[in-house]
Design a binder for this molecule. Structure first.
Ligand code: NAD
Length: 456
């Protein structure tokens, strides 16, 4: 079945229809209409999958994607046009261009944590750039996968865009095919498998992966505001956000104050009984829930730590000074557990950050500009914020992606259009003049040849 879908997409791509920008716009508009029409159904699906609050689904899934669609529709004509660049004297007289050419058939593999946004946002870029696409939603959020499938079936001919539902086995069957581009969002571990499969066919990739994101709070920080913004970014989606703070590094002089402010803000957001709050999601599956509970074994819990097996509920939990070699600090947490680690010197910060690979995000709460810049300059990470968390994803003009083990490439807005396009260099040469110097026999004096660099 997968081979047939892909063959149909290759055939459709060959008809050249996707090269027509008005065709792409029509497709994106239809997608937009269908998402608007089914916005409540999408919210219901995410609620059924892990009790995601409707406000969070609207803000971080449907409205996010609709904003991306609106922006793409507004700009697509300009992005798709060949871009003229300055010509070099070497080729005078000529006019030089970058043409944006679609790759062909794109495979998009999505994770479960923002299951709608992370399947549809890359799809917008793929369609806008003139590709065909197969989307594989996550099997961990089956209700959302079903809605994605319904939307795509309602909008597209499968020869243009199709959904293939399934788990690891299906994902591996998809990866065995030869795609023209693969866009993967998920764990670093699976990212390596995807990269290996892509390498067999020299298929270009974007890998949007995870990491252990530090959040540094120094002695000059506005602690109350820091706590408010950390709590929001961490417990949104029950901590299942790739760019959420994974752990806090706080200067020892302000640790107690920060812990008190974090506790106060958790209660302000979710009430005394978080389990009853309509604004707090559940852990997505029993497997993930059990994994998180295991991480808490033997730890010093400062706040929370409550759980309920019946619906994978784990409350917002603060952990005091976990050891670096503990389960909690071994890898990405990806749940509502926040380790609080105090530091004395910048060397202590370095010990932590350099212990893990390059993270997807890093945050600094500080009023010391020099310290802010030092962290930005010293450490390599996907992106981040000063005096806030998570918000870097909301600006469509900023690239969203990791570096090193947190990923390869980035997207959103125009960058999405660009990654799904081959940038083809074209020089249009005039015929009315021909400089004789480049042709053998080379009679150009060597003295002149040594100045050729000025003509490039
Ligand atoms: P995952 O890697 O387990 O799964 C992602 C996708 O890959 C799913 O569709 C799944 O079916 C498929 N898959 C799983 N195992 C596979 C295998 N062995 N071979 C082929 N395909 C396989 O990730 P997840 O648990 O769905 O998502 C959580 C991870 O994703 C976290 O690490 C998180 O940081 C990361 N993430 C990154 C971003 C980002 O934008 N950088 C966004 C969201 C999540």
């Amino acid at each position: 079945m997968i081979t047939e879908i892909l063959q149909r997409q290759h055939d459709f791509f060959q008809t050249q229809q996707t090269k027509d920008v008005s065709f792409r716009k029509k497709s994106l508009k239809r997608l937009q209409e269908e998402i608007v029409k089914r916005e409540d159904a999408i919210c219901d699906a995410l609620y059924a999958d892990f009790k995601k609050p409707k406000f969070e689904t609207l803000a971080a899934e449907t409205q996010f994607v609709l904003a991306e669609l609106k922006y793409t529709l507004k700009k697509i004509d300009r992005w798709a046009r060949p871009k003229r660049v300055s010509a070099s004297w070497m080729n005078w007289p000529s006019s030089d261009y970058i043409y944006k050419e679609p790759y062909g058939a794109v495979l998009i593999i999505a994770p479960w944590n923002y299951p709608f946004q992370l399947a549809i946002a890359p799809l917008i870029g793929a369609i806008a750039a003139g590709n065909t696409a197969v989307v594989k939603p996550s099997e961990v959020t089956p209700h959302t996968a079903a809605v994605i499938s319904e939307i795509i079936k309602a909008v597209f001919d499968p020869a243009h865009v199709a959904v293939v539902e399934g788990g690891v086995a299906v994902s591996q069957q998809l990866l065995a095919e030869k795609w023209d581009y693969i866009f993967f969002t998920g764990s670093t571990q699976v990212g390596k498998i995807v990269y290996e499969s892509a390498a067999k066919h020299l298929t270009p990739v974007t890998l949007e992966l995870g990491g252990k994101n530090p959040c540094i709070v120094d002695a000059t920080a506005n602690i109350d505001l820091a706590a408010k913004r950390i709590v929001w970014g961490k417990f949104l989606n029950a901590g299942q956000t790739c760019i959420a703070s994974d752990y806090i590094l706080v200067h020892e002089s302000v640790k107690d104050k920060l812990v008190d402010a974090l506790k106060e803000n958790i209660t302000k957001c979710y009430g005394e009984n978080v389990e009853a709050s309509p604004d707090f999601s559940r852990t997505v599956s029993q497997k993930h829930y059990t994994g998180l509970r295991d991480m808490l074994e033997g730890e010093d819990i400062l706040f929370g730590g409550h759980s309920n097996d019946t619906d994978n509920y784990l409350s917002p939990t603060l952990v005091n000074e976990p050891k670096m070699n503990s389960k909690l600090m071994a890898g990405e947490i990806f749940g509502p557990i926040l380790p609080i680690i105090s530091y004395k010197t910048e060397d202590d910060i370095h010990t932590y950050i350099s212990n893990y690979g390059k993270p997807l995000a890093a945050y600094v709460f500080s009023n010391n500009k020099e310290f802010q810049e030092k962290i930005i300059d010293t450490y390599s990470f996907g992106g981040g914020a000063i005096n806030d968390t998570v918000i870097q994803i909301t600006n469509k003009l900023l690239p969203f992606g990791g570096v090193g083990q947190s990923g390869i490439g980035a997207y959103h807005g125009k960058i999405s259009f660009d990654i799904f396009s081959h940038h083809k260099a074209i020089i249009k040469k005039a015929n009315w003049f021909e400089a004789p110097v480049r042709y053998p026999p080379y009679n150009v004096p060597i003295k002149f040849a040594k100045k050729i660099k000025h003509l490039f």
